[in-house]
Design a binder for this molecule. Structure first.
Ligand code: FE2
Length: 180
């Protein structure tokens, strides 16, 4: 990064810099070397703000095709919401529990970093696990795909290393921390 916290050119694996987590939200930065893909995954019941900090990124994002009252799914028909390239500087994107491309994948076209704010954060205990998917495009139905849950073994199928956050401390007021 330009401020010297992490050299995007230097990471050889997807690298996660954890900044903050409480019950209500989490903040972190993913750094990608060129060519690396973070596979298709969902964000159950979550709102996520993503900001490409530098570099170039191919994003594919889907939302489930379902009626309003159906429960979360792990297999089925999904509609394409994003299928394109982002080059920094660009506007942040926001996804919601049922819209905005809740299921997405990232492929770094050049070394890049993404600031991610998740609210609420992932939690197995509260029914918000991360599920991974394969997408099968439907030739006769452009813009749609069948998504199929897949098993991902972390650090084997998907390698993510950690790096410390070395930036300024977050200014979180005590009362906000109590809420967190
Ligand atoms: Fe994500």
């Amino acid at each position: 990064m330009s401020n010297g916290l992490v050299s995007g050119q230097a990471v050889s694996e997807i690298t996660y810099i954890h900044i903050h987590e409480c019950d209500h939200f989490s903040i972190g930065i993913f750094c990608f070397p060129a060519g690396r893909t973070f596979p298709l995954h969902d964000h159950p019941g979550m709102t996520v703000l993503s900001k490409l900090l530098y570099g170039s990124l191919y994003v594919k994002a889907y939302d489930w095709v379902r009626d309003e009252n159906s429960s979360p799914r792990t297999n089925g028909l999904a509609g394409t919401v994003i299928d394109g390239i982002f080059n920094a500087p660009c506007e942040p994107t926001v996804l919601f529990p049922r819209s905005g491309g809740n299921i997405h994948s990232f492929t770094a076209l050049a070394p890049c970093a993404i600031l991610d704010v998740l609210s609420p954060p992932y939690s197995d205990d509260y029914g918000r696990p991360s599920t991974y998917f394969l997408d099968h495009p439907i030739p006769s139905l452009p813009g749609y795909a069948l998504l199929e849950e897949r098993e991902i073994k972390l650090q084997y199928d998907l390698v993510v290393t950690g790096a410390p956050y070395l930036g300024p401390p977050l200014d979180i007021a005590e009362e906000e921390e109590d809420v967190c």
